[in-house]
Design a protein around this ligand. Structure first.
Ligand SMILES: Cc1cc2nc3c(=O)[nH]c(=O)nc-3n(C[C@H](O)[C@H](O)[C@H](O)COP(=O)(O)OP(=O)(O)OC[C@H]3O[C@@H](n4cnc5c(N)ncnc54)[C@H](O)[C@@H]3O)c2cc1C
Length: 825
């Protein structure tokens, strides 16, 4: 023991220093102190001396700064410069765009939760709330989704007019330019509400308020462009679209082959320097009705009219629809959610240089402009759409599952359905927390590059699960399309959200971790920047500072991950109440594990990491679930820790933690360098994988919450359009729930009495009459059961059509595909 004592003292000092991230000097001091104690406590003098020498051998070179820089840092810097993957300017712009908010804490291995909890609870202004309760509610009430999607394949003219009059297309445009000047939070709430009633409507309103001419002009437009276009966009005189994608450039948008050549040409009767454009774009939302086309193209200046550079790079311009050479194509038909979308082409379209967004000064800066604005759009439109539909579908499916009976029971009482309902409840809770968190970040003035990607991916993926689940619970009722079907179009349209604004497979496997690892990591970007400093002395000094902070950080994460793994993260400071404190502790553990695995992956794989998409996707999942769980905890705090929300929070939290462990174990089991994967496994899972998926008991509570009126259910539904009215069958079904619940005991009593009686097989009205006559039920109860039957019929009835009604009026026979075999005579 006397030999082991000094060794244990050194290990303890190292462990404490690493866990608490003490400085080098403090670690040395603590080690000396504990060694001295070990000696006094009877440690073997030789062992103490050996440990002291070892300590000195490590600590002294590190503490002597000049020695450390020249002998340790300098060779490491040379090596680092060699392995640093070459970054294209596009990649650099991507990595350096946006701000880092709380997600940075999750990558720190020791999140400062107070930073999250101190953020003010998101709140709307009185004016924004009045808009939601007034024009937004009215618009939802007007919207007949079936008529729009099936009969017109467009929004009705009165809906277009209403949107323009009430400036739905100008929510993000400042008031000084005639827009509504709404916060991102209000924008999110409007899209969320519209999406709960029609994804056609929410997409149409979402696009002008998302990445496109309005957003780009506000950030980069010249004063003249702003004065001219913004008021016209705000009140709908101009309908914008933005064309980036083409047949040969989809996910790899920087490879657009569309060109603009600087030259002289005629404009308004005079010869001016301008741009001759040739382009072919497709999938462009609002293009068929757009009056103002935002266009991305590669700008060339072969005659050097603007300067010395010939290939200026991606640039953005605004082109009026009626410009000669511009061809607005026919319409695409996106999955029966027929928002306006189509191709545009341009042949030798000539525009003056003033058509460039931001003017000549911004020529060639188009990609940076897009990337900088992209996260705002990604933070709002798609997450809010998923949030609105998921919240509404979850609660309405809960109501439907209580109303619809099979085998004499509400279908929601069967365990199989209950399991699906629980998943819907948890996912809807998670989506709504995530969507609100990113909207709140934008409202605070952040440009949340990484969270917006997380929100885009996870809200649309969880939203797809919610709508699929809703379809399954509704059975045939979800499948038969018609005015009574509130699910079918949303289900058909889910791949749209998955594909647009960065298709999901690429978003998960390339972007979330790719951007997150560098943007959110406390040291990686700083290291890259330090290594690029011109002056050798400054470069070495800065690199040294950052490198040793990084090494300390990595060691600390290894120790923290191991300690919290061994203790099942039971200890350590954490905020929250008695219920949630353990949740924060669990997240502390996975935060350290993520930071450790991320560092190790970058160190061992270097530039190859960006091609290891499976690893990157899994580590991205860990980051995403950490962010998602934090957003849920923040939501719980902001709502005043409501006890009734706990089944939802608990289900969604356990699901997130379970997914974190699955992703981490997948990453480590498949780690490209196997021994490193094994070593990481020991540090991250010293006691094996322990997290469980949400239990059946918890699932029962979450499902029950959807099927029973209550404040947690109301909170979940808040912000959606569930007003019962003619155009809103979902709202009607939801409104029946309290009465259905009240009628259930009466129904049970009646059915018990009815069973085996002589009227059992008589029509329902006769049964009720007999029930009153024989004293089974009162007159009032008869009326209650009658109403229950009417409500049930409204809930379960589906539509049918005259065959002619299903024919598309404008459809023509499909022409033979080029090259197709001619039919045999
Ligand atoms: C309804 C609709 C509306 C749209 N609106 C607009 C608009 O208004 N303006 C506009 O400019 N564009 C618009 N788009 C285009 C949209 O942004 C693109 O569809 C999207 O970028 C994907 O391009 P793609 O469809 O060509 O698919 P592809 O790029 O061919 O991708 C196919 C699949 O491969 C995956 N993939 C590609 N590269 C990688 C990689 N490196 N790693 C992993 N996976 C990868 C993708 O994730 C995807 O799953 C719209 C598209 C649709 C369908």
């Amino acid at each position: 023991m006397s030999i082991l004592l000094p060794i244990l003292a050194l290990l303890l000092a190292g462990g404490i220093a690493a866990y608490h991230r003490l400085s080098l000097a403090m670690w040395t001091g603590l080690s000396v102190a504990l060694l001295a104690l070990a000696w006094l406590a009877g440690g073997h003098p030789v062992a103490v001396a050996v440990c002291a020498v070892l300590l000195a051998a490590v600590a002294v070179p590190l503490l002597l700064t000049d020695f450390r820089r020249s002998r340790i840092t300098a060779p490491l810097l040379d090596f680092y410069t060699k392995i640093l993957p070459p970054l294209s300017s596009t990649e650099r712009q991507m990595l350096e765009s946006g701000t880092v908010g709380f997600e940075g804490e999750l990558f720190s291995g020791r999140p400062q939760w107070q930073r999250l909890l101190d953020q003010p609870a998101p709140a709307l202004t009185a004016e924004e709330q009045a808009f939601l309760d007034g024009p937004c509610e009215e618009l939802c009430r007007m919207m007949n989704d079936w008529e729009a999607t099936h009969v017109r394949a467009d929004l009705p003219p009165e809906v277009w007019a209403f949107c323009k009059t009430h400036k739905f297309f100008g929510m993000i445009i400042p008031k000084e330019y005639g827009g509504l000047g709404f916060s991102a939070l209000a924008h999110h709430k409007v899209i969320q509400k519209l999406a709960s009633v029609s994804s056609l409507l929410s997409s149409t309103v979402g696009v002008p308020n998302s990445l496109g001419p309005g957003e780009l002009l506000m950030h980069y437009g010249t004063q003249e462009q702003k004065d001219h276009y913004l008021p016209r966009l705000a009140d709908g005189r101009e309908i914008p679209c933005f064309g980036l994608t083409g047949p040969f450039a989809g996910s790899d948008a920087t490879s657009i082959p569309d060109t603009g050549v600087v030259c002289t040409g005629q404009w308004n009767g005079a010869e001016v320097v301008g741009i001759r454009l040739n382009f072919e774009k497709r999938y462009i939302t609002l293009a068929p009705v757009a009056t103002l086309i935002g266009l991305a193209f590669r700008l060339y200046d072969p005659d050097k009219l603007l300067g010395d550079t010939e290939d200026l790079g991606i640039s953005l311009a605004l082109i009026p629809r009626d410009t000669p050479g511009m061809e607005i194509g026919r319409r695409h038909f996106p999955l029966n959610v027929p928002f306006q979308n189509g191709p545009i082409r341009g042949k030798d379209v000539f525009v003056p240089l003033s058509a460039l967004i931001g003017g000549e000064e911004y020529a060639g800066k188009g990609w940076a402009m897009l990337v900088e604005c992209l996260s705002i759009g990604r933070s709002i439109t798609l997450p809010s759409t998923a949030s609105g539909s998921s919240k509404a579908f979850a609660v309405v499916t809960g109501a439907y599952a209580r109303i619809r009976k099979q085998f004499g029971l509400s279908i929601g009482r069967f365990e199989g359905v209950e399991e699906v309902l629980a998943r819907m409840a948890g996912n809807a809770y998670a989506i709504s927390a995530l969507a609100e968190a990113t909207a709140a970040a934008v409202t605070r003035g952040e440009n949340p590059a990484v969270p917006s990607t997380i929100a885009k991916y996870h809200c649309t993926e969880m939203g797809r699960q919610v709508v699929s689940d809703a379809m399954d619970v509704h059975g045939g009722k979800g499948i038969i399309l018609g005015p009574r079907n509130y699910l079918g179009r949303a289900w058909q349209g889910t791949p749209i959200g998955i594909t647009v604004e960065g298709a999901n497979i690429m978003t998960r496997s390339l972007m979330i971790f790719g951007q997150g690892a560098i943007r959110c990591h406390p040291w990686v970007l700083k290291e890259m920047q330090a290594a690029m400093i011109e002056d050798r002395g400054t470069r070495l000094r800065e690199f040294d500072k950052v490198l040793f902070s990084h090494i300390g950080f990595a060691v600390s994460n290894a120790v923290r991950a191991l300690w919290m793994g061994l203790t099942a993260s039971r200890f350590g400071r954490a905020p929250g109440d008695a219920y949630t404190r353990r949740y924060y502790r669990k997240l502390n553990r996975y935060s350290a594990a993520l930071a450790l695995c991320a560092d190790t992956s970058m160190l061992t794989l270097g530039g190859k990491l960006k091609f290891k998409e499976k690893l990157s996707g899994r580590l991205g999942d860990v980051l995403s679930q950490l962010y998602l769980a934090s957003a849920m905890l923040k939501r719980y705090e902001d709502a005043g820790r409501p006890v009734s929300d706990r089944p939802l929070l608990a289900w969604a939290f356990h699901d997130a933690v379970h997914k974190i462990e699955l992703a981490l174990s997948g990453a480590l089991r498949n780690f490209p360098v196997r021994p490193i994967g094994w070593a990481l496994w020991v540090l991250v899972f010293p006691l094996g994988r322990r997290a469980q998926a949400p239990s059946d008991r918890l699932g029962r509570r979450a499902a029950a919450l959807l099927m029973t009126p209550g404040d947690a259910r109301d909170r979940l539904a808040r912000g959606t359009f569930l007003t019962p009215c003619e155009n809103n069958p979902a709202g009607r079904i939801d409104s029946y729930l309290p009465k259905v619940v009240l009628a259930e005991p009466v129904e049970r009593k009646f059915l018990k009495a009815l069973k085996g009686s002589d009227v059992e097989n008589r029509p329902y009205e006769e049964q009720l009459a007999a029930g009153v006559e024989r004293g089974w039920i009162t007159e009032a109860e008869k009326a209650q059961l009658h109403e229950l039957r009417t409500m049930t019929l409204d809930a379960i009835t589906v539509d049918d059509f005259d065959p002619a009604e299903l024919e598309a009026a404008g459809a023509r026979p499909v022409p033979a595909l080029p090259g197709a075999e001619p039919e045999a005579a």
